[in-house]
Design a protein around this ligand. Structure first.
Ligand code: ASC
Length: 151
């Protein structure tokens, strides 16, 4: 019985470990991937921000396209914050791995705000977009303040 439990525990542990290991051969690959997805997200979020604050003309179609890219990108970085990817060319703080629930909450919060940005973009209404962009930008900043080194 003892052996069975230890076998189950071993199998479970290896199953849980599969996703990150299967996606990224090396920590460096995971770091590059999460930075790339966050950078693409930031570029498209920035274009929405420019429209929302009047630095760029409002273009309803472009707003929808940018919001859709942000929504897809917003899902990607998190699997790349696997255990063991804390060292290297990264400004990720150790708290990402010591306060995992708080980190996940911050990631979930951002994605929830991005859903609202998409709804606003699809409504074709600049005022709705402005309203949605504030909390979305705040959710980016909250996560950076807690989990991104400043150096
Ligand atoms: C952006 C961007 C971020 C957020 C953040 C909001 O456009 O690239 O990371 O907004 O600066 O405070």
């Amino acid at each position: 019985m003892k052996q069975t439990w230890s076998l189950i525990a071993t199998l479970l542990a290896s199953t849980l470990a599969i996703p990150a290991q299967a996606q990224f051969a090396k920590a460096e690959d995971a770091i590059k991937y999460r930075k790339a997805s966050l950078n693409v997200m930031a570029a498209h979020f920035g274009r929405l921000g420019a429209m929302a604050n009047g630095r760029a003309p409002y273009d309803a179609k472009a707003a929808i396209e940018n919001a859709e890219v942000v929504a897809v990108m917003a899902k990607l970085p998190w699997a790349a914050f696997a255990q063991g990817t804390d060292k290297g060319d990264t400004r990720a703080k150790p708290e990402i791995w010591t306060e995992e629930i708080k980190f996940k909450d911050a990631a979930d919060k951002m994605q929830a705000e991005i859903v609202k940005v998409n709804t606003a973009a699809k409504a074709g209404n600049i005022d709705a977009l402005k309203v949605a962009m504030g909390p979305a930008a705040a959710s980016c900043k909250a996560c950076h303040d807690a989990f991104l080194r400043k150096d």
